[in-house]
Design a binder for this molecule. Structure first.
Ligand code: GDP
Ligand code: ZN
Length: 303
C-alpha cells in the first residue's frame, strides 16, 4: 500500500475518476482532470483511489503513490485471481426494478459483498411507475424479505424524476457505487442526478484524448451538492470475488443469526444433522426463498 520513500514537495492530491486504456484520469482538488500514467512499480489501481501525483504539463501527469484505502471492492479476474474494481466506497446502491424482473439472486450477491466488506447498502427500487397496482404489486411486497431484515429501501421513478431528492440525501457527502442488472435504470438515474453529466463526460473525453469517452470502465461523477457516484457498467462488477463458503453464510444476515446454533461449527446448512438454519426454515423464522438463493450461490462458489 502507501509507500513513504520519497517526500516530494511537487506531489499533488487527486482521485482516480476513470481508467482509459492504460491511462488514469485524475481529478485534482479544484476539479480539474488530468490524464496520467502511473509508475510501473505501483500496484493495480481502482476508480475512487486517492493518489499523490506530479504534474507534467497542463493536461498530463504521473501518479507516484496510491493512498491507503478505507474500502475496496474487487472483481474476479483470470485464473481465479481478483482485481481492484472500486476504492473508498462508503455505500452500495443496489438497484432493482420489475422490468427487467428483479434478480434477487444478484441482489443477494451484492448484499453478501456488502456484509463482508462492511460497506452499507441501500436497496433502490426504480421504475415504481411500472408497479402493477391491480395485482397489488408494491415495493414492500416485492422486497418483503429485505424489509423484514431491516435493509434500507428507497423508491424512484427516474423516468418521471420522482424520488430523486431522498436519493440525493442518501448520496450526500459520500462516495456511492450504483449497481444492478442491465436495464434497471442505472444510466437514467445517473443522468437525472447529474444535470451537468454531459459537461463532465465531455471534460473526461477531452482529457482522455480518445475523443469520445467509452463507458466500458467505471466512472466517478461529482454531485453538485457534495458526494460522488460511481457508475459501473456490467452487472458483475464484483461477482463473488474473495468470498469463501463461510463468508457466504456470514453475508446472509438471517442465516448468520441461526448458524451459531448448528451442531457443527463448519455446518454448510445443506443436510447436516442438527442444523439450526434448516430448523429455522421449518419453523418459518427464516425465509425459504433466501435460503434457496444461498444454496444457489454456494453452488456457484464451487465452480
Ligand atoms: P441501465 O442498463 O441500468 O443503465 O438502464 P437504463 O438507464 O439504460 O434504462 C433501461 C430502460 O429503462 C430505458 O429504456 C429507460 O428509459 C427505462 N427506465 C429507466 N428508469 C425508468 C423508470 O423509472 N420508469 C420507466 N418506466 N422506465 C425507466
Ligand atoms: Zn447449519
Amino acid at each position: 500500500m502507501a509507500t513513504q520513500n520519497t517526500i516530494n514537495s511537487n506531489l499533488l492530491k487527486g482521485r482516480i475518476i476513470a481508467h482509459v486504456g492504460k491511462a488514469l484520469l485524475i481529478e485534482d482538488d479544484s476539479g480539474e482532470v488530468f490524464r496520467c500514467h502511473k509508475r510501473s512499480k505501483l500496484e493495480a489501481s481502482a476508480v475512487g483511489d486517492f493518489v499523490l501525483w506530479e504534474k507534467i504539463d497542463d493536461s498530463t501527469g504521473r501518479v507516484e503513490e496510491i493512498s491507503e484505502r478505507r474500502s475496496l471492492l474487487s472483481r474476479p479476474a483470470k485464473n481465479g485471481s481478483t482485481r481492484p474494481a472500486a476504492a473508498n466506497i462508503d455505500q452500495i446502491i443496489a438497484i432493482v426494478a420489475t422490468q427487467p424482473r428483479s434478480d434477487l439472486l444478484l441482489l443477494d450477491q451484492y448484499l453478501v459483498i456488502s456484509e463482508n466488506q462492511h460497506i452499507p447498502v441501500v436497496i433502490l427500487m426504480n421504475k415504481t411507475d411500472l408497479l402493477d397496482s391491480d395485482k397489488g404489486e408494491t415495493t414492500a411486497t416485492i422486497l418483503a424479505d429485505y424489509l423484514a431484515l431491516g435493509y434500507p429501501i428507497i423508491e424512484t421513478s427516474a423516468k418521471d424524476h420522482l424520488g430523486l431528492q431522498p436519493l440525493l440525501d442518501i448520496l450526500h457527502d459520500k462516495t456511492s457505487i450504483l449497481v444492478g442488472q442491465s436495464g434497471v435504470g442505472k444510466s437514467t438515474i445517473t443522468n437525472a442526478l447529474l444535470p451537468d453529466l454531459n459537461l463532465q463526460t465531455k471534460e473526461v473525453s477531452q482529457r482522455s484524448g480518445l475523443g469520445r469517452h467509452t463507458t466500458t470502465s467505471s466512472t466517478l461523477y461529482k454531485l453538485s451538492d457534495g458526494g460522488e457516484i460511481i457508475d459501473s457498467p456490467g452487472v458483475n462488477i464484483f461477482g463473488l470475488a474473495n468470498i469463501s463458503e463461510p463468508d457466504l453464510a456470514y453475508g446472509y444476515i438471517d442465516i448468520r443469526r441461526f448458524a451459531e446454533q448448528c451442531r457443527f461449527a463448519n455446518c454448510k446448512h445443506i443436510n447436516e444433522p442438527k442444523c439450526a438454519v434448516k430448523d429455522a426454515i421449518e419453523s418459518g423464522e427464516l425465509a425459504r426463498d433466501r435460503y434457496l438463493r444461498y444454496l444457489k450461490l454456494l453452488d456457484k462458489l464451487a465452480i
